[in-house]
Design a protein around this ligand. Structure first.
Ligand SMILES: CC(C)(COP(=O)(O)OP(=O)(O)OC[C@H]1O[C@@H](n2cnc3c(N)ncnc32)[C@H](O)[C@@H]1OP(=O)(O)O)[C@@H](O)C(=O)NCCC(=O)NCCS
Length: 184
């Protein structure tokens, strides 16, 4: 993939050489992973390496690192998956594992950069994601960036002794002006 450069960040394909103690500590922090499926894994460096290798599958999925430009610091990742060139759509998930960088607009900026890349460089039409309904920061970001809610999967995730909904969202490339055809 081409490097993505935004105001404060750059994003590029993650490699096993990017495994670091800061990255591992983030994945081992329950506050970081509480609203992601990464919470089910007991992370160590070996598992991280396997995850990176298994995520970088040409044409299918890709792990993209998020870096602060000013100090060249790796703060999180976006994982692109279910890349489907036939239907011009893909899925993504984001984790800023470095909690000290939360609340500074970097999550919003990274997703905005990914959307621009997916629409303008890849030429795709639709970008999809799911989030835990109780994840307020995700709800805020996706709403702010013009994602629409496609549906809610009731009680989709189990957290300790309760269940929470999964919210399915998507954003469309409105410059791809092919007509939609949904009636019978
Ligand atoms: C979710 C996450 C990507 C947000 O990134 P971030 O850089 O902290 O978010 P931003 O600074 O871009 O802010 C997002 C918005 O949510 C708001 N927000 C953040 N935390 C919030 C909270 N607990 N309650 C309500 N709003 C909150 C912010 O105020 C901001 O809104 P604003 O621009 O109107 O002020 C990041 O916290 C993260 O990676 N968390 C761990 C993994 C995770 O939950 N991933 C999401 C899976 S879908």
């Amino acid at each position: 993939m081409k490097k993505i450069v935004t105001k404060n960040l750059y994003l590029r394909q993650l490699t096993v050489d990017d495994v670091s103690q800061n990255y591992l500590s983030g994945l081992q922090d329950p506050e970081v992973t509480q609203f992601t499926e990464a919470r089910h894994t007991k992370w160590d460096k070996e598992k991280m390496i396997r995850y990176i290798e298994e995520s970088n599958v040409e044409g299918v999925s890709q792990l993209v690192g998020i870096f602060l430009r000013k100090i060249d610091k790796h703060i999180g990742n976006v994982r692109l998956s279910s890349i489907n060139p036939l239907h011009k759509r893909l899925e993504f998930g984001i984790t800023l594992f470095d909690k000290s960088e939360w609340g500074k607009g970097f999550g919003t900026e990274a997703i905005e950069g990914i959307c621009t890349y997916v629409f303008e460089v890849m030429g795709f039409y639709k970008i999809c994601a799911d989030y835990y309904s109780i994840n307020k920061a995700s709800a805020k970001i996706f709403q702010k960036l013009g994602f629409s809610i496609e549906g809610v999967f009731k009680d989709h995730f189990k957290i300790n002794d309760h269940y929470v909904d999964s919210v399915r969202i998507a954003k469309f490339n409105h410059t791809d002006s092919k007509p939609t055809k949904n009636s019978v």
